[in-house]
Design a protein around this ligand. Structure first.
Ligand code: PAF
Length: 282
């Protein structure tokens, strides 16, 4: 595996591969790998002749007061994992090489970025779209793999790619979970033992709503209230950021759950802000 830090070198490497008619799969990450990232990489490995994994804690997707500096990092461990999964290249740029001091161009999908996580992180998805489009331009990847834990992110990136005719296919992978249901996240390291013990209730609440919806409950407010009641008893250290039911593609809030519906949430626990989601109906 070749570690590349220069965007120009990444572009040249990928261009040479394309000239040889090798296709490229890209797995964009922010590092501190867990089994969820490993799943994205091993799936990416099956999709194309060449696998590029990027590891970049992208500063522009963090707002003021968010955890950019505290975000967990372990480059040596991560490089071992990427190599184990057969990455041809691990791209680890410095922020200054990705963003010129006078960087002034942003990619934004405002309609899909205002709700859910965007309500408390107003510039987050603009940062994500901008860096991911840069990675698409540098690699000219044929396919890119993202996790469904960040449902809103992948919905926004699919829309960006469609709207801007970016010639990349987006594939998503199901959320990888701990045995007790907690979605794997690099931010789980922020949880105290007490918070960690309660955190699986996030998933349990969403499963409860799914069960009610499958039994025929269609009222979105009722489904939401049922989860909130459960959380107020069983998730006392959690502070709700949002819990909402939306159309899985358009992310438009739903009042009735009669067709495709996604319940998504963010819950703050101590220093962590945990997100999760579930398809109530397909
Ligand atoms: O999901 C993430 O880890 C990041 O948002 C991504 C897609 C790597 C962009 O920085």
């Amino acid at each position: 595996m070749h570690i590349i830090t220069s965007p120009q070198e990444l572009a040249a490497t990928c261009l040479a591969w394309h000239k040889d008619r090798d296709d490229i799969a890209l797995v964009p990450t922010m590092g501190y790998y867990h089994a969820g990232h490993e799943d994205l990489m091993s799936y990416g490995r099956t999709l194309a002749k060449r696998l590029v994994v990027s590891l970049f804690v992208n500063p522009t997707q963090f707002g003021p007061g968010e955890d950019l500096d505290a975000y967990p990092r372990d480059a040596d461990h991560d490089a071992g994992i990427a190599a184990k999964h057969g990455a041809d290249v691990l791209f680890m740029p410095e922020p200054a090489s990705m963003y010129a001091q006078d960087h002034a161009t942003w990619v934004d999908v405002p309609e899909l970025s205002r709700g859910l996580c965007g309500a408390s992180r107003p510039t987050h998805f603009r940062g994500v779209c901008t860096v991911v489009l840069k990675l698409f331009m540098l690699t000219q990847a044929n396919v890119a793999v993202f996790g469904q834990k960040d449902w809103q992110q992948q919905a926004i990136l699919r829309r960006m790619v469609r709207d801007l005719n970016v010639p990349v296919r987006i594939e998503t992978r199901e959320t990888v979970r701990e045995a007790d249901g907690l979605a794997l996240s690099s931010r789980n390291v922020y949880l105290s033992p007490e918070e960690r013990a309660q955190a699986p209730e996030i998933r349990k609440g969403l499963l409860y709503a799914q069960q009610l919806a499958r039994k025929g409950e269609t009222n979105a407010n009722l489904l939401r209230d049922a989860v909130l009641r459960r959380w107020s008893e069983r998730l006392p250290t959690g502070r709700l950021d949002y819990l909402t039911i939306v159309h899985p593609e358009s992310l438009i809030p739903l009042t009735e759950v009669t067709g495709p519906a996604l319940m998504a949430c963010a819950v703050r626990m101590g220093k962590a802000r945990l997100i999760d989601n579930i398809l109530l109906l397909h």
